[in-house]
Design a protein. Structure first.
Lengths: 573, 222
């Protein structure tokens, strides 16, 4: 063995040791072929409702789980209330599309606007692990330009932080997931802790088309182990990433942060639907949350509350928590709650090849390209898009085919051609617009709570990006040898709805994710994004929350114990 | 049923593609032969679709008749054995298993199904000019005309609902049921569940030893 290899191996061993020292989740999973250690749940610390815990977190997805793990490590007493179940991947998840319906948030919701956005399987999770349980696995970083699009491009909104503020947290989370991929040349160039995965037919087609056009494309970045990591095995390329990874290879907070959170004393109360955040009599600070568990309403007292229900449920909860002092909902003095919601335009273009591609035989995330991410002054639109592999399984493929207007014999014939198609998906940076928002519908759910009405309407820049991205994907597929292409207009991801800002007029939360309105209320999920770039949001959510957790642990706990009016004054200035 | 191995099932399930004919593009391919390599949870869910479906609970007789005729057209299922789409959709509606959203200008899915199926009967009566007629009574060509009309209306209203949103409802439920069925997977050459075994031969032109090559690779459906 050369000394060069020795040094690399040693560096890797040391860095893995550092990961384990701050987050032992991967080593707390079983090593016997089962996927979650039930003893962690059985032996979980349990609080009574009357215990005033340091922190209650609403929602156990990317944001909530990361915060729970970090704060439990910092010695805080933490209770996470999660509306969905505590998943057992062995017993609850299947390698099957229709059989995975329970992974999605399917309580009633209304969609409206000129471009209504389908929810459910498309972008909404439930249960411990949240939407990351069924995300594809792409884990790219935002670019430095994303943090000041208003100043530089005249669109969107500047963040109250810069890329450099997040970089160390990106690096930490990338090691904890861990992320596999080739060296990344775009944005802030960086490498990844795990080597790129071998590609399947779909990725091969993308690489071939990009090479023919002289476009850079890279394998990754995906939050899927390439090699063993703790007790997590390597990927087996079964293709069902969107149905929950039964292998424990693809990252979700259920396996990347929850085990360590439990081991350090956090309590995760699943099947607990939070109905309202309560404030003290004067409405100055929050005192805990009301929630439903097994049909009964409870109240969990807490010194601090963090809402991490994602871009629809977080605004909904704030709006549903209206009281005498906050008649328009909590933190809504400036009519910002629910607004500036964003999805990404996600046109999906497939190409037909005489060879068999069989795109179902690999993780859907394989190759991506950020060549068209930044504003190109020569183009009539601002900002840009990324292009990634997607690999629809039969039901989602049927949706793609039937969107072309095919039904009956045509549908069956097209569908029988499945093995010959390769698919790309774009993520177009839609701009934050005030009229794209969550409000409460007249309809109520089974708890009697008003449900979300999500209104979405694209602007001209959004439309121009969708068209440009589709043209670029068609070009890549043709260059790879496709004889025919077909596209379906889709949307992906959700962010915004309670954005961060420099001032209370500009955002619902500040750069440390504390709400401007109520000093002991935080929002720790994707709803705080002021803009979204052309990346999948999971990694950035975790990095932002990791940063907020660091700030919280470093300083502010003492100030949050039973706040009195004097303390409140300090926080509001 | 859910405990039966793929091999036991195969003897009982001689028909392997919808309609029961030959699998034209992937002759002899039977994804159920791989069921012994699947995990028990997945096998249970998938193999149940080959067994007897629950009795109808949601659709009344008139709705059952209209839905049956509609699905035959949407999925071109003209002969037995059919993928039991009527039963599969009925079960979803009975359980309120929606996609987690509805358009603002549409009722909840169950109500939207009832109204759109009743509307097919109204259109059938108008087309036939007779009171006693229903959609299922019409000839195949007459039924297809009505369905084509709904599709062509796009965002225009059809019996008080935007036709495009009705079309989306119909095709979503129909395709989700049909393409969850192993017979449909056989027809399209899909390898199916792959845990804990995984896929080993990836890449353009690669096949697992048990996968069957397409016999008409040049046959672009265009």
């Amino acid at each position: 063995m050369s000394s060069f290899t020795d040094v690399n191996a040693l560096t890797e061993r040391l860095s893995t040791r550092r990961v384990r020292a701050r987050n032992e989740s991967a080593w707390l999973l079983p090593n016997d072929g089962t996927r979650f250690d039930k003893a962690l749940i059985e032996n979980m610390r349990r609080h009574r409702d009357a215990d005033e815990v340091d922190l209650v977190i609403v929602g156990c997805g990317a944001g909530g789980s990361t915060l729970a793990q970090r704060m439990a490590r910092a010695g805080w007493s933490v209770v996470v209330l999660e509306a969905g179940p505590f998943w057992d991947p062995d017993a609850h998840w299947v390698s099957d599309e229709a059989g995975s319906h329970h992974l999605y948030w399917t309580e009633p919701r209304v969609i409206s606007g000129s471009d209504p956005v389908p929810l459910g399987s498309n972008n909404s999770g439930r249960g411990v692990g949240g939407s990351m349980v069924h995300f594809a696995g792409y884990a790219p970083r935002l670019h430095p330009s994303d943090f000041h699009t208003r100043t530089v491009d005249g669109v969107g909104q500047d963040w109250p932080i810069e890329y450099a503020d997040l970089r160390p947290y990106y690096e930490r989370i990338e090691r904890e997931l861990p992320v596999a991929g080739q060296h990344w040349p775009w944005g802030d160039p960086h490498g990844y802790p795990h080597a790129p995965h071998p590609v399947g037919g779909n990725g091969e087609v993308f690489l071939r088309g990009a090479a023919a056009l002289g476009i850079e494309a890279r394998v990754g970045p995906v939050a899927i182990t390439n090699g063993r990591f703790g007790n997590r095995p390597h990927c087996i390329y079964r293709g069902f990433c969107l149905q929950g990874c039964k292998v424990n290879a693809k990252a979700s907070p259920l396996i990347t942060h929850v085990p360590d959170a439990l081991a350090h004393g956090a309590e995760i109360r699943s099947d607990a639907m939070v109905s309202a955040i309560e404030t003290d009599r004067e409405g100055r600070y929050v005192t805990g949350v009301r929630y439903f568990l097994r049909g009964r309403e409870h109240f969990q007292a807490a010194r601090m509350v963090a809402v991490a229900g994602y871009s629809l449920e977080t605004p909904r909860l704030l709006l549903n928590s209206a009281n005498k002092h906050h008649p328009d909902g909590l933190c809504n003095e400036h009519d910002l709650v629910g607004r500036y919601l964003m999805v990404q335009g996600a046109p999906q273009t497939a190409g037909r090849f005489a060879e068999e591609v069989r795109m179902y035989k690999a993780p859907p995330p394989e190759v991506s390209c950020e060549e068209f991410y930044e504003t190109d002054p020569a183009k009539p639109y601002r900002r840009g898009f990324s292009v990634q592999n997607v690999s629809p399984l039969p039901i989602t493929w049927a949706e793609h085919v039937s969107a072309q207007g095919h039904w009956g014999e045509n549908l069956r014939t097209y569908m029988s051609d499945y093995v010959h198609w390769s698919t790309l998906g774009a993520l177009c940076e839609f701009l934050p617009l005030p009229q794209n928002r969550v409000t409460l519908a007249d309809q109520r759910d089974r708890y009697g709570l008003p449900v979300v009405d999500m209104s979405y309407s694209m602007c001209d820049n959004d439309r121009a990006l969708m068209k440009a991205a589709q043209a670029r994907m068609e070009e890549i597929l043709h260059a790879a040898g496709a004889a025919e292409v077909m596209t379906i207009q889709r949307f992906a991801h959700l962010v915004g709805g309670a954005r961060m800002g420099r001032t209370a007029q500009e955002g619902v939360v500040d750069a440390s994710l504390r709400t401007f309105s109520i000093p002991n209320l935080l929002i720790t999920d994707g709803s705080v994004f002021p803009t979204q770039g052309s990346v999948n949001p999971a990694l950035t959510i975790m990095a932002l929350v990791d940063r907020a957790a660091r700030l919280l642990a470093d300083g502010a706990r003492a100030g949050m114990r039973s706040p009195d009016p004097t303390q409140h004054e300090e926080y509001s200035t | 049923m859910s405990r039966a191995s793929g091999r036991e099932l195969r003897a009982a399930e001689r028909e392997r593609v919808p309609g029961g004919g030959e699998n034209e593009r992937f002759p002899g391919f039977d994804v159920i032969e791989q069921a012994h390599t699947w995990d028990a949870t997945t096998s249970g869910v998938v193999l149940e679709r080959l067994g007897l479906q629950p009795d109808l609970r949601f659709f009344g007789p008139a709705e059952e008749a209209a839905a049956g005729a509609l699905f035959d057209h949407l999925l071109a299922q003209w002969e037995e054995p059919r993928v039991p789409v009527v039963q599969m959709v009925d079960a979803r509606l009975a359980e309120g298993q929606t996609d987690g959203w509805r358009y603002e200008d549409m009722p909840e899915d169950g109500e939207a199904w009832r109204r759109s199926l009743a509307a097919l009967d109204v259109d059938a009566r108008a087309a036939a000019g007779e009171d006693g007629v229903c959609f299922a009574n019409l000839s195949r060509e007459e039924q297809a005309d009505i369905i084509r009309t709904v599709q062509s209306l796009e965002s225009k209203p059809w019996h008080g609902m935007p036709a495009g949103h009705v079309w989306s409802l119909w095709t979503r439920y129909a395709c989700t049921a049909f393409y969850s069925h192993p017979w449909a997977w056989n027809e399209i050459g899909f390898g199916g569940p792959a845990y804990p075994r995984g896929y080993m031969r990836r890449g353009v032109g690669q096949r697992e030893p048990w996968e069957v090559a397409d016999t008409h690779p040049e046959e672009d459906p265009l």
